[in-house]
Design a protein around this ligand. Structure first.
Ligand SMILES: Nc1ncnc2c1ncn2[C@@H]1O[C@H](COP(=O)(O)OP(=O)(O)OP(=O)(O)O)[C@@H](O)[C@H]1O
Ligand SMILES: Cc1cn([C@H]2C[C@H](O)[C@@H](COP(=O)(O)O)O2)c(=O)[nH]c1=O
Length: 211
């Protein structure tokens, strides 16, 4: 059995990752592929329990605890969902993965990228995606989408300062520039279908489609 492909969608809050992960999964299924659509933190009962903890606005934890909890959720997700799916030949479409930890937790005040990757090596065998789509959009447009979706109800991490989220966006850009073989940067401006069409075009070499 040929191992499936592991595709991740990354980017800041509200840029459209979940919308695009669902559209991409549908398109791959329409091509007859077995697809696991999943997300982080989450994707297994254990990781979803850790997600509830991590996103609870009342939780007070330090940066190291937070990084460890994300790595622990990922370890469970990789071991019990992602790796078995890939081994049976399924394609995995994952809404966020380790690059989110590198961008959000690897900010440098207390932890750097090498520490995040060390946790990933311990927890998840250092597993990396075959392709990562980094979605980017104008901040005003993203703010409009988030207000429409969440109102004032941001979660513990989404509700952090604009300065924190600007740092996250910078780190995503740096990660993409440092690994151009894996990252594909996609403009998330325009309608969901416009964005999906850009992703589908970029996927063509992987799916064997022309054009
Ligand atoms: N291209 C688009 N144009 C307009 N609205 C969009 C577009 N894509 C997604 N949306 C809407 O914007 C909101 C955020 O989209 P979505 O939940 O897919 O983003 P996300 O990146 O997964 O967010 P988060 O990081 O918070 O999980 C949703 O209400 C969604 O319906
Ligand atoms: C995987 C991962 C996620 N985060 C943050 C990013 C978001 O603020 C939340 C997840 O919420 P979403 O609506 O499902 O995108 O968690 C993080 O800080 N580090 C990570 O590794």
């Amino acid at each position: 059995m040929t191992r499936g492909k592991f595709i991740t969608l990354e980017g800041g809050e509200g840029v459209g990752k979940s919308t695009q992960a669902a559209m991409l999964s549908d398109a791959l299924r329409a091509r007859g592929l077995d697809v696991l659509l999943t997300r982080e933190p989450g994707g297994t009962p254990g990781a979803e329990a850790i997600r509830a903890l991590l996103l609870d606005s009342d939780l007070e934890i330090g940066a190291r605890t937070e990084a460890l909890l994300f790595a622990a959720a990922r370890a469970d997700h990789v071991q019990h969902a992602i790796a078995p799916a890939l081994e049976r030949g399924a394609w995995v479409v994952c809404d966020r993965f380790v690059d989110s930890s590198r961008a959000y937790q690897g900010g440098g005040d207390d932890l750097f990228d090498d520490a995040i990757m060390a946790l990933h090596n311990i927890g998840s065998w250092g597993m990396m995606p075959d392709v990562t789509f980094l979605l980017t959009a104008e901040s005003e447009e993203v703010a409009r989408r988030l207000t429409e979706r969440d109102g004032e109800n941001a979660d513990r991490i989404g509700g952090r300062s604009a300065e924190y989220h600007a740092g996250v966006a910078d780190r995503f850009r740096t990660l993409a520039a440092s690994d151009p073989e894996r990252f594909i940067c996609i403009s998330a401006d325009g309608s969901p279908q416009d964005v999906h069409d850009r992703i589908a075009r970029a996927m063509a070499p992987l799916t064997g489609e022309g054009g």
